[in-house]
Design a protein around this ligand. Sequence first.
Ligand code: AMP
Ligand code: GLY
Length: 430
Amino acid sequence: MKVLVLGSGGREHALVWKLAQSPHIAQMWCAPGNAGISEERLAKNGSLVECVNISAEDLPKLLAFAQEKQIDFTVVGPDGSLALGVVDLFQKNGLRIWGPTQKAAQFEASKVYSQDFMERHGIPTARSEIFADAAAARNFATTLDGRCAVKADGLALGKGVLICQNVEEANKAIDEILISKAFGNAGARIVIQEFLEGMEISLHALCDGKTAKLFPTSQDHKRALDGDLGLNTGGMGTYSPAPFLTDAELADVGAKILNPWLKGCAADGIDFRGLLYPGVMLTKDGPKVIEFNARFGDPETQVYLTRLENDLVELLSASVDGTLGNMELRWSRTASVCVVMASGGYPGSYAKGKPISGLAEAGALPNTKIFHAGTAKAGDQIVTNGGRVLGVTAWAETLSSARDAAYQAVERIHFEGAHYRHDIAAKALS
Ligand code: AMP
Ligand code: GLY
């Protein structure tokens, strides 16, 4: 089988690494990929994965490439490609591709759509309202004493959610999005949710239009600095499992969210074949969904795929074919921890092109995998090329040994300005 993966981050490196282990795959490309991806070899024949210099959002070029190489199966990593309709385009041209269609990807591309869907179909979520008018929005925020999350409707590079603790902050957030148009058209409408307190976890479920198979729990660390301080980022580290739910509780939480979601999809004519990633707050009144994503999480994927025992191409094929009901997801008993090493300045502005040392030494440690995110090759050196640079991942019998192993690998890797959190998985271990 010839496979093409779209995207260039740590999530895509993890997808490529796991897919490369499948005996079904004889050739693999990644567009555009990164330095780590271009060093992966296929288990079937030892051939290297090839990175092609096409943006994951350049749909016409991707289609032409897939047709020229006669790709059998394409796997989509990022939300941007899904929102542009890459799945619809490939399907229209008779190509097999994994991921939700543009209509189904609205769960992530439009927070207004998602919020309205949750309310219509009885999915537990935050108390909320939708606005296009700033005065009405301010009134609602005042009824919440300004303790709320103000969210731009559309995709805003992960920056469209403003957390407010008083009326002044809420009014400022509303004006920024609806009046000053800080996120352009993505902020033509907003969702205001009450501020929820509790432990936040990531859920993932693989879906085939009828069935949703829930993954184990994981937890991301969204703030840049230790102790959940600093700015919001794409995610500074993850671990799985997160011990805040027993298996039975997880199944119950899953059922409370996924059953009404599946029924809602059927009622609304949405055929979702892909990965549903609900962000969930475990509040004292029960679990509540704060958002849906329509793709694998980054860096959740790094910990999930180091625990998954199934052949990934078989699972994703079943997701496309509507045959997931016959499959059982199998997870190793080990725990997995991913520590993100980021460029100095991230999530603000940062320099690129800093040489990275220690990768081979760290990667040679047992039960350790260094997933690349923002890296590139410069001659025979690997250099930084993005905000999140590496996802240093390790797995072990216990969460604390997995955590120690991940940090031992981190300590062997150096680049100018590197920063990372020192407290990944600490909440679970305290
Ligand atoms: P979202 O992109 O909607 O997940 O929001 C980004 C982050 O903001 C989440 O990961 C939460 O940490 C936080 N957040 C979003 N909505 C709420 C809410 N209703 N209450 C408290 N925190 C929230
Ligand atoms: N881990 C956060 C995200 O993928 O959106």
